[in-house]
Design a binder for this molecule. Sequence first.
Ligand code: ATP
Length: 263
Amino acid sequence: MLKMIGVETFYGKIKALHGVSLAVKAGQLVCILGANGAGKTTILKTICGALEPQKGTVVFSGQDITAWQPDKTAKQGMGHVPEGREVFPFLTVKENLEMGAYSRKGKNEIDADLEMVFHYFPDLKNKINLQAVLLSGGQQQRVALARAMAPRPDILLLDEPFSSMDSELREQLAREVRHLLRRDGITAIMVTHDQHEAFAMADQIGVLGNGKLLQWGNGYDLYHRPSSRFVADFIGQGVLIPGEIIDDNKISTELGIVSGKMT
Ligand code: ATP
């Protein structure tokens, strides 16, 4: 569904992505996990065409989209929920959901989109004429998600979609969104700095550090077989101790000899 091959994106002279390659299959829910400034938002902006990479290729549904422009994304099958709660507080829920759509769509299409919104988030139906400012944080975020999901994009790009919520609400909405994406087989790439969120939501996780994709795998692999010290530090909750390799399956440490299958 989506591939990045050796992508390098710059801000002026600052290189934010260093040769990022990844592949997302249709129906997969993928998380890019990284600390602040790792380059998560830059990955999403590069995919949706808001930034053009200086090197590498982005392929979406078999088409080279490296030089896309952002205004084409909605038409061409991407839904993007940028970081922050992107709702207009003094517009109603309905106006927020329709925002921008009138320039691209007829009334029938907009009505169909609204039906999809209620399909995804039925609770919004009786709030449709309320100003967004009167909704809770979780409900506002549902509006932002619903706006991106309603046109049934081929791929949904979610930038820290739960970061502005308290932990209970965050878990609840994360579960709900995962259920909806799964139920309707929606392909999604979510970026987050929250390891628990990534582990709970994703089929595949990419660990990003300083603009480099350091490891790609499921939660079990990342946790049990980190490919580098950086990933072990970032993912694990253990303690790193020095050791000396004795043979293919044994390491001598100050706690004794540790054996196990190593590759
Ligand atoms: P956060 O979790 O804080 O949102 P992030 O992982 O999304 O961080 P990016 O926003 O992609 O990281 O930024 C990656 C790098 O690019 C950082 O070093 C950042 O300082 C730099 N950067 C981002 N936007 C710009 C910009 N407009 N101009 C210059 N440098 C930028």
